[in-house]
Design a protein around this ligand. Sequence first.
Ligand SMILES: Cc1ncc(C[n+]2csc(CCOP(=O)(O)OP(=O)(O)O)c2C)c(N)n1
Ligand code: SF4
Ligand SMILES: [Mg+2]
Length: 269
Amino acid sequence: MNAEAEILDLTPRTDEILVFDKPASLRSRITHYCPGCHHGVAHRLVAELLDEMSLRERAIAVGSVGCSVFIYNYLDVDAVEAPHGRSPAAATGVKRACPDKFVFTYQGDGDLASIGMGEIIHAASRGEKISVVFINNAVYGMTGGQMSPTTPLGQKTTTCSEGRRLEHEGAPIRMAEIIASLGGTAYSARCSLDSVRNILAAKKSLRRAFEAQEKREGLGFVELLSGCPTNWRLDPVQANAYIRTALIPCFPLGVFKDKRLAGSEGEGK
Ligand SMILES: Cc1ncc(C[n+]2csc(CCOP(=O)(O)OP(=O)(O)O)c2C)c(N)n1
Ligand code: SF4
Ligand SMILES: [Mg+2]
């Protein structure tokens, strides 16, 4: 066989071991996300866990508004769409009506911490048996990069062009800590998607939050610090660096509540 024929030979080889593949729960779609956006990374982590925990057939995703509004195009699970911020309320209804389903919301910071603040607080207080995947990229990504409740002090956005000021726009809101303080929360953590190491840690936290639902312990909440290079006006590598230098100092990583661990039952940590 000459060299060209060898390159074109697509006969499956028996001596190759597949080490990386697409999770079955992830559809084959061309992404609409910008280069360097972390929504795709978060989708993949969720899809891997749905496969590994055999949840796919029972899963119902509750989508939200924002750049992830088309999440049902990426995850091969049943889905409902909730208007801005209402995903925890919609998920409450789905889970109560179908307690054997695995129900999770997927929400951005504009969606969850702005107009949806009431819904998430009350769902956590009630201890709804749902899982919440919270993508904190510190801006309203879809609508053009406006300031959100989680924009760090000093960050410039289209609605605070001088940078967010404490005395003018107020302080950023730390959702993982707030959710941890509520009585119905089983698990609350903050992770980051800026590096391979942190992505692996994020998967562990998501697994724990999903387990909390399966064991009917209460609401599981995972905040994922995520990059929005487009609205941050950075390239993908710079955006990862920005997460490390600006977001993590403002939003410390960690587990703020885990009901399974001694001393973290009930209110607070
Ligand atoms: C009730 C309502 N208000 C405002 C909007 C407009 N809107 C759509 S997406 C969005 C911001 C979403 O930002 P975020 O939740 O942070 O998601 P991201 O795009 O950053 O992932 C807004 C304000 C809307 N769809 N519905
Ligand atoms: S605007 Fe931001 S959040 Fe939206 S797809 Fe682009 S990088 Fe991702
Ligand atoms: Mg956002």
